[in-house]
Design a protein around this ligand. Structure first.
Ligand code: NDP
Length: 294
């Protein structure tokens, strides 16, 4: 006797979400602009609603996963008053400002709102590694936590600020693209000597483990908020020299050097700003500027 769920949006991700709710035994009602995308789900027991109004009437928990927030509003604005007393969990990607605006919109229409972010691909949904972030009122999350947890082993409540899921999403995407870009750049450097990317891979992944230790120290230094940034491992001056080697080697081997050149410029500004004897964590000053929250 699992609680009913409505899933709106049956794209690549939405279909995976609906299938996972069905698999877990939740009576699932679905709606999608293009009706044919529900066929496979119907075969597994889903009920297709003829429109968004019927879809939101079918369950208290309404999970939406569409292209973006403009689409969310295109679909739900016409039925906003029928959402009263329900909870919309928006798993469409968007900004923190949009998430907070959506929360105000929900409050105006008398329904609850959680903003989510999915750190998984459709094939990973329902698996132990799939991370689903949720942000919004804690009691609303707790009320639906069991149903939401079926989507992934890493389902996590972040806090009351509706903007948090979008912020964690982009912060983690930044880590991913930073790591992947530098991995591919490193593979290009080693390719100049005939080394295969697969030979580089184990060294790169082990090095990430080492870098995790640096980051652990830097997180504490940033959180201390005292701008001391003690150079427990290496000074910013030494780090600037090291990125200079990456830049020089890339240039002299004919490997695209834009990434190390950009990092060299950012790190050079931090040194010029008086942080030459500080740790890499002093780069926080450049990224955060003067706007740091108290
Ligand atoms: P798809 O392009 O596969 O699906 C888009 C969905 O939005 C479809 O259901 C589509 O309906 C619907 N849609 C688009 N425009 C409209 C409209 N004007 N009116 C009504 N419905 C509309 O995207 P995904 O499923 O891959 O992604 C959905 C969200 O999930 C995005 O925000 C994405 O960033 C996020 N996400 C996706 C991940 C992934 O790996 N795919 C990972 C993490 C997050 P129709 O079928 O009729 O076109």
């Amino acid at each position: 006797d699992r609680s009913p769920v409505t899933a709106i949006g049956l794209g690549l991700m939405g279909r995976a979400l609906a299938a996972t709710f069905l698999e877990a035994g939740h009576p699932t009602t679905v709606w999608n602009r293009t009706a044919g995308k529900a066929d496979d789900l119907v075969a597994r027991g889903a009920v297709v609603a003829p429109g968004p109004a019927e879809a939101v009437a079918a369950a208290e928990l309404v999970v939406v996963c569409v292209t973006d927030n403009d689409v969310l509003h295109a679909v739900l604005d016409p039925v906003a008053d029928q959402l009263r007393g329900r909870v919309v969990v928006n798993l469409s990607s968007g900004s923190s400002d949009q998430a907070r605006a959506n929360a105000a919109w929900a409050e105006k229409h008398g329904f609850d709102y959680l903003d989510g972010a999915i750190m998984a691909v459709p094939a990973g949904v329902g698996g132990p590694q799939a991370v689903f972030f949720h942000a919004g009122p804690e009691d609303v999350y707790r009320r639906h936590a069991d149903a939401l947890a079926v989507l992934g082993g890493g389902t996590t409540y972040l806090g009351a600020d509706h903007g948090l899921a979008a912020l964690y999403d982009v912060a983690l995407l930044g880590v991913m693209y930073g790591l992947l870009s530098s991995f591919v750049q490193g593979a290009a450097l080693l390719d100049t000597a005939g080394v295969k990317a697969s030979e580089f891979l184990p060294w790169a992944t082990a090095w990430v483990d080492t870098v995790k230790l640096f980051a652990t120290d830097y997180a504490g230094q940033i959180d201390a908020g005292d701008r001391a940034y003690p150079a427990n491992d290496a000074t910013m001056e030494v780090n600037l020299g090291a990125i200079g080697h990456v830049l020089h080697e890339s240039e002299s081997q004919g490997v695209n050097a834009e990434l190390p050149r950009f990092l060299h410029a950012l790190m050079g500004r931090t040194v010029a700003g008086g942080h030459g004897a500080h740790s890499f964590a002093s780069m926080f000053e450049l990224f955060r500027g003067a706007d740091r929250r108290a």
